[in-house]
Design a binder for this molecule. Structure first.
Ligand SMILES: Nc1ncnc2c1ncn2[C@@H]1O[C@H](COP(=O)(O)OP(=O)(O)O)[C@@H](O)[C@H]1O
Ligand SMILES: [Mg+2]
Length: 295
């Protein structure tokens, strides 16, 4: 029973979507997600888990994501249909967004990770994933936002090969006064300048992630899911601050040592995204152009 969705959320969503079934998708780090499948539509529902170990305030993050979705919609960076509903329940907060039909990036790239991936259809699939991902980031970046948590589990690949980003809870936009301090997201896709800022600032200081950090996250995610290796080498049990130090110091694997097969254009795109200096990385718009020319 612990994994049933909040009654308040289901009641509100059934008014919009019709009688619905709810399937638990994930239960981790203080929040849970369900697929809510109604007769008139489908949503992804998130709610904080009030029994989770103390740590990050997931209810506050969910309220923040609700504000972010509103601001991103007003800025034209995301579709007005994406936000479905949000509210409180007796354990905290819930948030529902439009369901994206797709496969998590790691699974979607499985055929590319082995030697059998070395064929034209997989090459064009990879370039299409990267281009559509950059297109989505470009919409955010021109509106003055950084997603700030670009990583494989926040990216789905739709059946036609398009990347879809979600999870705007930690995003960094023009409004910086009434937000939770940003203290990085997934370590393995953290840009060196963010790692460095985390190491030199107190834990309650907000770090404003910039678009170039999203470009690093994109390159790191593609590196990781195509080669099977995370771009910066450290053991899993390495303390967090030592991982950050390795990232900040640029201790990267060489892509030509890690790749499953040779794909020079794609390797160059990934390497460009992983330029140590933020201002040397391509912008999202540059990436779209570079990939279009390669396709
Ligand atoms: N719009 C969506 N469409 C389909 N699945 C989604 C969507 N949003 C979230 N999910 C699923 O719910 C999970 C958790 O959502 P996410 O927004 O990443 O929250 P958190 O990382 O805080 O748990 C995702 O890993 C994904 O499986
Ligand atoms: Mg997430």
């Amino acid at each position: 029973m612990g994994a049933a969705p909040p009654v308040e959320a289901v009641t509100a969503l059934e008014q919009l979507l019709g009688p619905a079934t709810c399937d638990l998708l994930s239960d981790r780090r203080g929040s849970r997600a369900w697929k809510v499948n109604g007769s008139r539509g489908t949503a992804a529902l998130k709610a904080n888990n009030p029994e989770a170990a103390p740590g990050r305030d997931k209810a506050a993050e969910m309220a923040q994501e609700d504000r972010h979705l509103l601001a991103l919609t007003e800025a034209g960076a995301i579709s007005p249909e994406y936000w479905v509903g949000a509210g409180v329940w007796d354990g905290g907060r819930w948030l529902a967004v439009r369901w994206i039909e797709g496969t998590p990036l790691w699974n979607a790239l499985a055929p590319a990770r082995g030697p059998e991936g070395d064929r034209p259809s997989v090459r064009s699939w990879l370039l299409g994933n990267a281009r559509t991902w950059a297109e989505q980031l470009e919409r955010l970046h021109v509106a003055g936002w950084a997603h700030a948590d670009v990583q494989p589990t926040n990216t789905l690949i739709t059946p036609d090969g398009r990347a879809a980003i979600f999870d705007f809870a930690l995003s960094c936009g023009p409004e910086v006064t009434s937000r939770l301090p940003y203290r990085g997201a997934l370590t393995h896709t953290t840009a060196p300048e963010i790692a460095d800022a985390l190491l030199i600032t107190p834990a309650d200081t907000h770090i404003q992630a910039q678009p170039a950090a999203d470009i690093w996250g994109l390159g790191a995610s593609l590196f990781w899911c195509w080669t099977g290796h995370r771009p910066v080498r450290y053991a899993d049990d390495t303390p967090w601050t030592d991982k950050l130090r390795a990232i900040a110091d640029g201790k990267r694997l060489r892509i030509d040592d890690a790749r499953p097969w040779s794909f020079p254009v794609f390797e160059e795109i990934i390497a460009a995204c992983l330029a140590p200096a933020a201002d040397e990385r391509p912008t999202a718009a540059d990436l779209v152009t570079i990939i279009e020319e390669a396709q």
